[in-house]
Write a protein that binds this ligand. Structure first.
Ligand SMILES: [Zn+2]
Length: 405
């Protein structure tokens, strides 16, 4: 990568340490980054000079040796990043500060999934979400895509939900946007966002799992995304949890997606309704037109105490737990975050996931893994994409250029 110098990496270390723990002193920054005292002092001085970091003079504390302990925080209302997530149906956009904290967000329906239509929606959404921010410095536009991304060639390799293959998305939209464009898989973006600002509580390992049309996953280890040898890590949806079960689109039988993805939940609700003679509030919600059942409706029915809906979701949750057992055995993550596209997941659902996991995992691997729901919800992918834009701005030497101009 051009411009990825030691100095740029050091700059990102300082910014990341302040992102993780706002209010660190210079001494604590030396401890947390592993950088030398002189390097930290110099970088902090530069950042303060350009309004990127501010000293908190309001509440100085006395340290044990009687010197003022000055807290440092990322500042930068003049520095913004934009994050966008393309789903199969929507364009979700956020404006973030350099922390990656969302300042404004917007959901725009996609007018179809043609490349041209989606690109037009994306460009318009970025313009609209930035409209009230005046002449701020936009460090980049991160775009989370539901598919395989080649970030080096700046293109979407395959996005099945959108029907896209080999789309040079970054090059196509960048001329119409205020800053450089960076692409990332939306599940990896979700993992980044939950790691830095969401369900994570200072742990160093996290697995993010999203339940949508399929079951996707992003893996953070030691503060870094794990992408695998060929970028294909995280295909949790194709872990076999029901050997001999239904055929998956990948060709194998009984993958997690066939029992726990959104379409699978809707299908299993329809099957259960037929088997039980329609005794469920779900049948009333869709006026007995079973083809209109969505995973969101099944969840809504379960929340109202519907037995059939609860049974369908409990079974999905146990299958998820079976897959999580494999994840826990292999990675032993501190946290597994579930982002259920159909709504905020209940403790009851999580309990069933634990049940499925504990029946299949090595006890020492799973006993330290916490399962929880997403705290960022539908914004996770867009916030994570904004974080990618911030990090690449620093790593590619563009912060360096901005500081010296
Ligand atoms: Zn599969």
């Amino acid at each position: 990568m051009p411009g990825r110098s030691i100095r740029n990496i050091n700059q990102l270390r300082v910014l990341e340490a302040l992102r993780a723990s706002p209010g660190l002193s210079r001494t604590e920054l030396v401890r947390d980054t592993g950088l030398g005292k002189a390097t930290v002092s110099e970088l902090v001085r530069e950042f303060i000079g350009k309004g990127l970091v501010r000293e908190d003079a309001a509440a100085p504390e006395e340290s044990s040796v009687g010197r003022r302990r000055i807290k440092l925080e990322l500042s930068g209302s003049n520095w913004l990043a934009v994050g966008v997530e393309l789903t199969g149906a929507h364009c979700i956009s956020v404006v973030c500060d350099l922390h990656g904290r969302p300042l404004r967000s917007l959901i725009t329906p996609l007018r179809g999934t043609t490349v041209e239509g989606a690109q037009r929606t994306l460009v318009e959404a970025v313009g609209e979400v930035l409209a009230d921010f005046g002449p701020a410095h936009v460090v980049g536009v991160g775009v989370g895509v539901p598919g395989v991304v080649d970030s080096t060639r700046r293109r979407v390799v395959l996005a099945e939900n959108l029907g896209w293959r080999y789309v040079p998305l970054a090059d196509n939209v960048e001329p119409s946007l205020p800053s450089a464009v960076f692409l990332i898989n939306r599940n990896r973006a979700g993992a980044l966002a939950e790691y830095w600002y969401g369900a994570n509580k200072g742990n160093r390992s996290l697995v993010y799992v999203s339940l949508g049309l399929g079951v996707g996953c992003g893996i953070m280890i030691g503060g870094l995304l794990y992408e695998g040898a060929s970028g294909a890590a995280g295909e949790i949806g194709h872990i076999v949890v029901d050997p001999g079960g239904r055929r998956c689109k990948c060709g194998h039988k009984g993958c997690l997606e066939t029992v726990a993805g959104g379409p699978a939940v809707a299908r299993r609700a329809r099957e259960a309704l037929r088997a039980r003679g329609g005794r469920s509030v779900i049948a009333e919600l869709v006026s007995k037109r079973l083809s209109q059942i969505t995973p969101g409706l099944v969840y809504e029915a379960a929340m109202s105490g519907d037995e059939l809906a609860n049974d369908v979701l409990a079974e999905s949750a146990k299958y998820l737990g079976t897959a999580f057992a494999a994840v826990a055995n292999l990675l032993n993550p501190a946290v597994i975050v579930i982002d259920a596209g159909f709504g905020e997941i209940s403790q009851g659902f999580i309990d069933h996931v634990y049940e499925g996991m504990s029946s299949n995992a090595f006890p020492a691997s799973q006993s330290t893994t916490t399962i929880c729901g997403s705290t960022l919800g539908h914004q996770a992918g867009a916030i994570g994409a904004a974080i990618v834009a911030i990090d690449e701005f620093v790593l590619q030497g563009k912060l360096e250029s901005a500081l010296s101009s």
